[in-house]
Design a protein around this ligand. Structure first.
Ligand code: ZN
Length: 134
């Protein structure tokens, strides 16, 4: 894996969290994006070479709404940039990790993404992310 690309944070109120993180980081949100397939609306902040992704659920049964119902707001996932997402998915499967999607899917920020089950990663949801090349 190349680096930590971003840290995803589940929030209840994106507008309020955006204001908080703009003050915390001393930099404004540079992009908002709705990912309908994931049931989220996101706000991105650049912090040096890494990003913070705030995620608010757009529906009651979405993954972010479920995570907040279970554990409250807070860190939701850590995303690692990879050079070849399919190769990395195959490597992790061979290493005994469980992938949450069998094929890379289109995530926010023009990325191909795949999630790795937190069960084999000490309770941390892992996201693999590769720049989409189209
Ligand atoms: Zn993410």
């Amino acid at each position: 894996m190349i680096r930590i690309e971003h840290i995803g944070i589940a929030v209840k109120d994106l507008a309020a969290a955006e204001e908080t993180y703009a003050r915390l980081l001393g930099t404004p949100c540079y992009k908002r994006e709705r990912v309908e397939s994931e049931g989220v609306v996101t706000a991105f902040f650049q912090v040096g070479p890494n990003k913070i992704e705030l995620l608010e659920s757009t529906r009651e049964d979405g993954p972010i709404a479920k995570a907040i119902a279970k554990r409250g707001e807070g860190v939701h996932h850590i995303a690692f940039e990879v050079a070849d997402i399919r190769a990395e998915m195959a490597r992790l499967t061979a290493e005994g990790f469980t992938l949450l999607n069998a094929e890379p899917k289109r995530g926010a920020d023009n990325k191909l993404v795949c999630f790795v089950h937190p069960r084999e990663a000490n309770g941390v949801l892992i996201e693999l992310t590769q720049e989409a090349r189209d």
